[in-house]
Each structure stands twice: as C-alpha cells, then as structure tokens.
Design a protein around this ligand. Structure first.
Ligand code: NDP
Ligand code: 8X3
Length: 252
C-alpha cells in the first residue's frame, strides 16, 4: 500500500505545492479546502500519477471534519502524514483598528480548525505508529512580535505550543510532530490578509526574494520522510533576504 498524506488548505500556496511534491514521490493524496473547483482541478492534474481523494470542507466545522475523516474511502484510511496547513491572516492594521470578527476568524481557522483536524486524525496516526508525522504550519509570527500581527501571531504561538505539548503526549506512539514556521513566502496569503488588495500583495514581494510555496513543500516532504527515529520539534525558515528588526521606541 502507498503512503497517504492528508493536506488541509490544498487549494493554494503551500498546500497545493505539497500535493505536487508528495505526488511526485508516489504518495496517495487526501486534499481538502473550501474551494471545490480548485480541488477538482488539482485532482484532474494529479490523479493520473497517484490516487487522489478530495474533500471540500471548512476546518472550522468539527462535525464536518469528523465525518470526512470517518468516511475516508479504502486506500486513503491509513494516513501517515497530516499537513495541518490551512490558515490565514486578516486585518494587517494595528489591533486597535481591527474588527473583532477578523480576530474570531483567525482563531477559528488557525487554532480551532487545526485542533479539529488533529483530533479527528490522531487515532489513525497512532495506529500507523512509527513514522507517522504531523506537520503543523506555524509561522515566524508565532515566535517574533511585529506590528499588525496581533491575533495572527498569537494563533501561531498556539500552534507552536500545541505541537510541543502533543510531542509530550505522543511519546512512545512513534508519531512525530513538527511546528514548521516559515517567514515571508509568496502565495495568496497577503492577498487574503489585505482583503484582496493585489497591489499591496505585489508590493510586498516585489524587489526581494521571498520563499516559494515549493520551498515549503520540500521542507514538509523532508520532515515527513526523515528516518522514523528523528523528530524536528520546530523548523523556522526565512528567506536569506529577511531578518529581524530593531526594537521600537516611543520618543517624545
Ligand atoms: P494561501 O492563502 O495561499 O493558502 C491558504 C490555504 O488555506 C488555502 O488552500 C485555503 O483554502 C485554506 N483555508 C483557509 N481557511 C480555511 C478554512 N476555514 N477551511 C479550510 N481551508 C482553509 O496561503 P499559504 O499557502 O501561504 O498559507 C498556508 C499556511 O501557511 C497558513 O497556515 C499560513 O498562516 C501559513 N504561513 C504562511 C506564510 C506566508 O508568508 N505565505 C508564512 C508563514 C506561515 P480555501 O480558501 O479553498 O478554503
Ligand atoms: C506569515 C509570515 O512574516 O507575514 O506567517 O508573519 S509573516
């Protein structure tokens, strides 16, 4: 039986690139996201090479997630790697100028959605045991503060600590957990964050060299195919052309 990867947020960016990377290595794919047309197009592209099962779902809905996992068809039930990748940032302005609903959407997606999928797939991953892998997509924003990160960065700090805590509880099961924490990467992320402002997204990436979705997909694949006795607890990766900034000081 081929290895099987379950990818959330496969309709764009890292998740879509990961679908291609794991397909290239012959893995069976369970691809999820809300946009069915994109899932269908991806399935069309990849199903000649590997088995592909698509599920249009919103990770925020635990009942839907549980039902989707319970209904995985034969050939897709032995999930060996979970890529908890679905997520988003909203409201790049300062906290005091944001809508509370945007905060809720980030928490519901990046925190609640991620734990929903994890909870649904944990019994399977534990059953697979040695070599099973959970890659939780965190962010440099979960470690380092910056203006406009407010709830987004806090949600990714949750991802980091949840990953570490899972490691404690899963000790002895063989299941690995990694907080993969990228820096700036060019995907649809900034388009979503800015409410569809293509010019703002283009401006952020123009004139520098951001990470690509393929860079992150390669790291996901690397983490998932390490020898079973090796666990990366956290992998933080920035492009060479990104670093930290100075402390801000409020002068008179
Ligand atoms: P994209 O916007 O390109 O992709 C985000 C994916 O998440 C889409 O496939 C989207 O699918 C899915 N998604 C969003 N909300 C939901 C939901 N409620 N239910 C199901 N799926 C959902 O961004 P990236 O590929 O860049 O982002 C992937 C992850 O990487 C995110 O967790 C992000 O926070 C993180 N990240 C991104 C960085 C970057 O600079 N790009 C850096 C660090 C971390 P759909 O809309 O079809 O549901
Ligand atoms: C997204 C990366 O640099 O915008 O998680 O925080 S960054």
């Amino acid at each position: 039986m081929t290895d099987c990867v379950f990818i959330t947020g496969a309709t764009s960016g890292f998740g879509r690139a990961a679908a291609h990377r794991f397909a290239a290595a012959g893995w069976s794919l369970v691809l999820t996201g809300r946009r069915l047309e994109r899932l269908e197009a991806l399935k069309e592209e990849l199903q000649g090479r590997v088995p592909v099962h698509i599920i249009a779902l919103d990770v925020r809905d635990s009942d839907v997630v549980d039902a989707a996992v319970a209904a995985l068809p034969e050939g897709f039930t032995r999930v060996r790697t979970l890529l908890n990748n679905a997520g988003l940032a909203l409201a790049p302005q300062s906290a005091q100028h944001t809508d509370r609903s945007d905060w809720h959407t980030m928490i519901d997606t990046n925190v609640t959605g991620l734990v929903n999928v994890t909870h649904a797939l944990l019994p399977t991953l534990i059953d697979v045991g040695e070599g099973a892998t959970i890659v939780n997509v965190g962010s440099i924003a979960g470690q380092w503060p910056y203006p406009g990160s407010h709830v987004y960065g806090a949600s990714k700090a949750f991802v980091k600590q949840f990953s570490y805590n899972l490691r404690c509880d899963l000790l002895g099961t063989g299941v690995r957990v990694t907080d993969l924490a990228p820096g700036i990467a060019e995907t649809e992320f900034t388009l979503v964050r800015t409410g569809g402002d293509q010019a703002a997204s283009d401006a952020l990436y123009r004139g520098t060299t951001a990470l690509t979705a393929e860079d992150i997909a390669e790291q996901m694949f690397y983490i998932a195919t390490l020898p079973p006795h090796v666990n990366f607890n956290r992998l933080e990766v920035m492009p060479t052309r990104q670093a930290w900034s100075a402390f801000a000081i409020d002068y008179d």
